[in-house]
Design a protein around this ligand. Structure first.
Ligand SMILES: Cc1ncc(COP(=O)(O)O)c(C=O)c1O
Length: 475
């Protein structure tokens, strides 16, 4: 008898890795903060119950789910709040369907999540991309700044709304409060994908929360808070009843009570312990950051480093509950992730020059010591890069809207022969899960070089199969 998945999961758990990745509950540790959380995690297997009286119904909440969602709205100071059991992905889709109609023109960040690209196709939206900002020196993507947002807006003929990611996957934010207010002032609908920022605002040392500012704000509680994977929140600040229909449409009719209960716990955690726990975490993370940086092997980024490299742009913040660890020039972030993994540290993601570690209030002094000692023992000679590669700054030329490509004929083509052809599907390196090319765009030489980098480094890249890319067969 074989049980490959369960056995694999148990084996991973037996390794007792230090989880500096999602989920925010850190393998259940986050629920052990107090008695009620401990009871939840200990009785988890017995609490997988369905909609029986008096447990309420997520699709028509009138009892305990309604009460829990009302408390959630209060915590985030939003008009209305919903539990999502299918991640922020379902929240992004529901928000896009509710805010926009077929054919609407929408401003979208180039670096947005796949679920938003899916929404563009499903809702048949016309897309205007906001140019990404790439820090070549560090190999990082930064959130678009004011100039890029307004530049994209000028290229629109009749914009209906904007979808903004806050923060990006690195935990970097740009101060967009005023921009959002201006855009709302000229009638644009604003969706904020705040998947990585469910903890924002709970402590003044964290980036600002935009929870009450966007018309729709999506938060992946499971990424940074003590909630189970898939658990997320959708906050709605505009009067719009059709959102209920779309949330229901993108949600199973058998929502997990475990996920919903964990979402209730995550909100309670923020209310009860959030401010103080994040204070302690930030103190620790700052203290160990200095120690690690003094080792002179890797470098954990600070905001001032971003301003230094991007002298024109100010206003970036880095979530202090994340470490963006940069290797010296010429060294390989993907190899560093493997090194950490070999030493039982699970990083969230790697990129060409480094890794991202998601810290949490559940990290102990001992955890920081482990990170420090692992870096102390790092032999830089094993981290060298095979090739030096830069990300492409330019947005590829769009030949078709993403939804227009959906039903067009396609064929697989060798990567090296794709220059000048039109992509049928997104090409998305994981991590960070940001498309290099979107459906309907022309594949450039730069894109081919980046794809090669991922393949050589044996990192997964969606949209590439046996060194081939799916292109439109339109000639
Ligand atoms: C920016 C962003 N938005 C949305 C999502 C989707 O979130 P979920 O996994 O909760 O569906 C992710 C997931 O990584 C993300 O990084």
């Amino acid at each position: 008898m074989k049980l490959p998945l369960l056995e694999g999961l148990l084996k991973y758990n037996d390794e007792e890795n230090l989880l500096l990745s999602m989920p925010g509950n850190k393998g259940g540790i986050g629920f052990t903060r107090d008695e009620i959380g401990l009871e939840f995690v200990n009785r988890m297997g017995f609490l997988d119950i369905t909609e029986v009286d008096p447990l309420d119904n997520l699709h028509y909440p009138e009892g305990i789910i309604k009460e829990a969602q009302e408390l959630l709205a209060k915590t985030y100071k939003a008009k209305k709040a919903y539990f999502l059991v299918n991640g922020s992905s379902s929240g992004n889709l529901a928000a896009m369907f509710s805010a926009f109609d077929e054919g609407d023109e929408v401003l979208v960040e180039r670096n947005c999540h796949k679920s938003i690209y899916n929404g563009l196709i499903m809702r048949k939206l016309k897309v205007k991309y906001i140019e990404p900002i790439i820090d070549d020196e560090l190999g990082l993507f930064l959130p678009p700044n004011k100039e890029n947002i307004y530049k994209a807006l000028e290229n629109c003929s009749k914009p209906k709304g904007i979808i903004i990611t806050y923060p990006n996957y690195f935990g970097i934010t740009y101060d967009i409060e005023e921009i959002i207010c201006n855009l709302k002032g000229i009638g644009l609908k604003v969706i904020i994908d705040c998947a990585h920022g469910a903890h924002f605002g709970i402590n003044k040392r964290l980036p600002k929360s935009l929870a009450s500012l966007g018309d729709y704000v999506v938060l992946s509680a499971h990424k940074t808070l003590p909630a189970l994977t898939q658990g997320a929140y959708l906050l709605v600040n505009e009067e719009n009843d059709i959102i209920d229909f779309y949330i229901k449409s993108f949600t199973t009719t058998s929502p997990s009570y475990l996920i919903m209960a964990s979402l209730d716990y995550a909100r309670y955690y923020l209310d009860t312990y959030g401010k103080d726990d994040y204070d302690k975490l930030i103190n620790e993370s700052e203290k160990w950051k200095k120690k690690i940086n003094k080792l002179g092997k890797v470098y954990i980024l600070s905001e001032s480093d971003l301003d230094k490299h991007n002298d024109r742009i100010e206003g970036y913040k880095i979530d202090p509950s994340r470490y963006i660890v940069i290797l010296p020039k010429g060294y390989n972030g993907h190899k560093f992730l493997d090194y950490l993994r070999d030493n039982k540290i699970q990083a969230e993601m790697s990129f060409s020059r480094g890794v991202v570690l998601i810290l949490s209030p559940f990290n102990t002094e001992e955890d920081f010591k482990i990170i420090y000692e692992t870096i102390l023992n790092l032999d830089m000679r094993n981290m060298s890069r095979e090739i030096e590669i830069k990300y492409s700054r330019n947005i590829p030329i769009k030949k078709f809207e993403p939804y227009e490509t959906f039903k067009l004929k396609s064929r697989w083509c060798e990567i090296e022969k794709c220059e000048g052809l039109v992509a049928k599907e997104s090409i998305i390196p994981y991590p960070p899960g940001i498309p290099l090319v979107c459906p309907g765009e022309i594949i450039s030489k730069d894109v081919i070089a980046i794809v090669r980098d991922y393949i050589i480094n044996k990192k997964s890249i969606i949209g590439v199969n046996n060194n081939k890319i799916l292109i439109l067969d339109i000639n």
